[in-house]
Design a protein around this ligand. Structure first.
Ligand code: TRP
Ligand code: ZN
Length: 873
């Protein structure tokens, strides 16, 4: 970091309530791409909860050109205030006053995509976490809640549509072909939920009638010509609204709900009150352009942002350390939504895969933090899988412990206590605890300690007493974790004839059950299960009831047995994954026969659903394997994974081609669960067939040419590339010719090419980044090409000559010039560097030193890279 002052670390323990509150905000926007005027009128008053002593007031503001400033209608002179690069200090303030400011900003040159910016031909905003300060001077913190009034003025031809939060109060024409709209949001909100959109967009309009009979207008705005890709998102919104009423008894509060899709967006979507702004990736899809996975993602993100209206907006966060209060809870709610809409067991598998690959790695790396972090340099770096997904696991544990009814009682109390205000994680846990008379003191270590605990289990069976003893020990290597966790463990017992054996536990109130919940609270703890009538294999941590690593010494035979017989679907899948790791990590060569045999049995079982089968035949990904391998042996993992896949392809040759022929229906255009499941298993089969079937290439070509669904077309395209079929370049070109004007489809086209395990991929990426469909200013494109390469292309990112690392380091340096958030996210791709071998570590170090020496490096990238470098020194 040259030139810049040393970055400041913010600590959770330093929280102080604000000295002033803002009662109402009146904003006027005179929109112009290069010179927008923002006039603001803030009604400020001293916070009765502050010490009352402050004589000065600081307001955040960055990159603003001040045009005018008044207090109580008196223009200020130079001595009345100071301005620096972080904001405005008012040197003398009374207990109650009106501050008026006018600033000028330049949205067209805002490539950071934070604050007010231009995407395509439209204006839009992104204010979370701390982007509002790039729009006007304000107390940019989530515990300052205000009532917003917004007036927007702009050219009528270019920007026929002028939107902001809440209800539209007024609109009309102005001189010089301009017009205006006025908006009022009756719900108090922090400024990170502010939104504005202006442009010329197509509208899909609909309506939802709430359970109390109120009519809500639903408006989905997309770029001109994209209405044929907007219906599914609208259906998802209506489903989400109905679901939240049914499962949580939560009703929408405004009369209007708007969603706008924009092509340039740093994250997935944003829950601004009444006016969500979405990445097009989570709105636009029809069966020809979007895959089955895209549809599931859209449904889930639409749900997520909608659910924030209560968990995030009506009750918001006191400070950004509490981010998991809204994100962990809302991810949990969107996961439940998908479970209820689709398959519960399969959704659980997909969610756990994210935890085990990305979250466990984050928890073991240089950026490890508790779900409620204690410190940050740049808040944007803490929108992480830990805060979001581990946060959701922590909420899920509460749900497991309290049951649906108890959990809902806790939610009601939470809303009763905190509606309309800013709360903390402690407040949430207190509501859950008080509503259920359930002591959660020890449970709270899940909020304060980082790292993944290992839960080790040994067991022995005493036949004469029909007693199974389970010996648990928990262990957490992370420095922040000195206290034992409160760990819910759902379990069952599998007998020798595939039967589920019942058991009792006086300690945990279980009598003759086939499945039950016990709680591990001690560093070492023995649990006695009574009435166990026969020798069994314990099936533990069913449905992954806690985000821990379960360490239990099953024999290969026992694993294969559980894979075939466990009464819990999730654990069945898990046994299969563990079995494969015996080959991949433990290097047990002989086990591949039993894997093939287990696959054959599973695939021939007519009673099992195809979505589950498709998950089971997926070999653990390299990210998970690397995380699980104590020695992080990249080359060996890559080699062994290829070997296993090829072996299974050949050993089950007949099964794969039989499945393909059975399930392939070029004419099936349905998006229902059964069709989606059939396609998933069929395309997995086609992938395995590449190792044996002679007609394979012809089948891939035919599937590509006949495809009417993107799922079908993309699978064929992907298989052709990954198996480097002769036809690959032809297919790649044909796909491009067909889709080059659909940016979201081109993202897929880029991502697949970036993930091919071939020495040629680096060159390919150099060519692709100069293709006209690529644009380094667009975050979706950067993610498609660079993040995919670093995250999914193990062999090429970790090239032993360091060229993969260099590619990403240079991209970080280039992108940091204009978009710090995206650059920092890319920098996180180096976070498991400490686990690499010395040669690779040296290359990473060399590249990251180049990054850290860059002039004017952002604090975003500085935080990630400095911590990563520390971890490998
Ligand atoms: N609150 C958003 C969500 O989870 C996340 C988000 C959208 C975000 N845009 C952002 C976070 C920009 C940080 C920066 O739904
Ligand atoms: Zn969210």
């Amino acid at each position: 970091m040259k030139n810049a002052s040393a970055p400041v670390t913010h600590y959770r323990k330093d929280y102080l309530p604000p000295d002033f509150l803002i009662e109402t905000v009146k904003l006027k926007f005179e929109l112009d791409p290069n010179a927008t005027l923002v006039s603001s009128e803030l009604m400020l008053r001293r916070n009765p909860q502050s010490d009352g002593l402050a004589q000065k007031l600081f307001l955040n503001g960055e990159g603003l050109t001040l045009k005018a400033i008044f207090i109580d209608d008196e223009e200020l002179t130079e001595k009345d205030y100071d301005i620096d690069e972080s904001g405005l200090t008012l040197n003398r303030v009374s207990d109650r006053f009106v501050l008026k400011t006018c600033v000028e900003i330049d949205p067209a040159n805002n490539a950071a995509l934070e604050g007010l910016y231009v995407s395509g031909d439209k204006f839009c905003t992104q204010c979370e976490a701390e982007g509002f300060r790039k729009i006007t001077f304000y107390m940019d913190r989530p515990d300052v809640l205000a009532e917003f009034f917004v007036r927007i003025e702009a050219d009528k031809t270019q920007y026929p549509l002028l939107l902001s939060n809440g209800n539209k109060l007024d609109s009309g024409d102005l001189s010089e072909n301009k017009h205006y709209t006025e908006w009022h949001d009756p719900f108090l909100k922090p400024c990170y939920l502010f939104a504005l959109v202006a442009g010329d967009l197509d509208l899909l309009a609909d309506e939802f009638v709430t359970h109390s009979g109120r009519k809500i207008a639903l408006e989905l705005y997309v770029d001109k010509g994209k209405l044929d890709q907007s219906q599914f998102a609208m259906e998802s919104l209506k489903n989400a609204m109905a679901w939240d009423e049914k499962r949580y008894n939560l009703e929408y509060d405004l009369d209007l709900y708007m969603i706008v899709a924009v092509g340039d967006f740093n994250m997935g979507a944003m829950e601004n009150k009444g006016l969500n702004i979405f990445n097009t990736k989570y709105v636009l899809a029809n069966p020809a352009t979007g895959t089955d996975q895209d549809f599931e993602n859209i449904e889930s993100v639409i749900g997520h942002e909608y659910f924030h209206n209560w968990t995030g907006n009506r009750v918001t966060c006191r400070d950004w350390f509490q981010l998991s209060l809204k994100e962990g809870l809302t991810v949990f709610r969107d996961q439940q939504f998908t479970e209820d809409m689709r398959s519960k067991a399969v959704k659980r598998i997909d969610d756990v895969k994210v935890i085990r690959s990305y979250q466990f790695a984050e928890d073991a790396g240089p950026m490890a933090h508790p779900i409620r972090p204690d410190a940050y340099i740049e808040m944007n770096n803490f929108y992480t899988v830990t805060v979001y997904n581990k946060g959701a696991e922590v909420i899920r544990m509460l749900h497991t412990l309290l049951g649906e009814e108890g959990f809902q009682k806790g939610m009601s109390l939470y809303f009763k206590r905190h509606d309309g205000s800013a709360a903390t994680c402690d407040d949430f846990v207190a509501a859950m605890s008080d509503a259920n008379q359930f002591n959660l003191d020890q449970f709270k270590y899940w909020y304060s300690q980082a790292g993944t605990p290992t839960l080790r289990v040994d067991y022995d069976y005493d036949e004469s007493n029909q007693c199974l003893k389970l010996h648990f020990s928990q262990n957490n290597a992370h420095e922040s974790a000195s206290e034992p966790y409160f760990i819910p463990v759902k379990l069952g017992l599998v007998g020798t004839k595939g039967n589920q054996v019942s058991f009792s536990s006086a300690e945990f109130g279980l009598t003759n059950v086939e499945e039950g919940l016990i709680i591990v609270t001690q560093p070492n703890q023995t649990v006695n299960l009574e009435g166990v009538s026969e020798e069994v294999i314990p099936s533990l941590l069913r449905d992954f009831t806690a985000p821990v690593k379960l360490d239990i010494n099953y024999s290969d035979q026992q694993l294969a047995y559980l894979f075939a017989n466990d009464g819990n679907t999730f654990n069945r899948w898990d046994a299969g994954q563990r079995l494969m790791q015996r080959f991949l990590i433990d290097e047990e060569d002989s086990i591949k026969e039993s894997i093939a045999e287990a696959f054959r049995a599973l695939l021939n079982d007519q009673s099992i659903d195809n979505a589950f089968k498709a998950r089971c035949v997926q070999i653990p990904d390299l990210k998970t394997l690397f995380e699980n391998d104590p020695n992080g042996r990249i080359d060996s993992l890559i080699e062994r994974r290829k070997t296993l896949k090829k072996f299974l392809g050949i050993a089950l040759e007949d099964t794969w081609s039989r499945l393909y022929n059975q399930l392939h229906r070029a004419s099936d255009l349905d998006l229902d669960g059964v069709s989606v499941a059939n396609r998933a298993l069929k395309n997995a089969s086609l992938d395995y067939m590449a190792f044996s079937s002679e007609q394979h290439e012809a089948i891939v070509i035919k599937q590509f040419e006949d495809a009417k669904l993107m799922t079908e077309e993309l699978s064929a395209f992907s298989i052709a590339n990954h198996h480097e079929l002769e036809v690959a370049s032809k297919i790649t070109q044909a796909f491009y010719d067909k889709w080059h004007s659909e940016p979201l489809v081109m993202d897929k086209w880029l991502a697949i090419q970036a993930s091919v395990d071939s020495l040629d991929t680096l060159n390919r990426i150099q060519t692709l980044r100069h293709d006209r469909v690529f644009n380094i200013k667009n975050p979706n494109k950067v993610r498609a090409l660079f993040s995919t390469f670093a995250a999914l292309n193990f062999s090429q990112f970790h090239r032993i000559d360091g060229a993969g690392y260099r590619l990403i380091a240079e991209a970080i340096i280039e992108i940091d010039e204009f978009n710090n958030q995206v650059a920092a996210n890319l920098a996180k791709q180096f976070s498991s560097a400490a686990k690499l071998d010395d040669a690779r570590k040296m290359h990473v170090q060399q590249q990251l030193k180049k990054v850290i020496d860059k002039e004017n490096l952002s604090k975003d990238v500085f935080e990630v890279v400095s911590k990563t470098l520390e971890s490998i020194e």
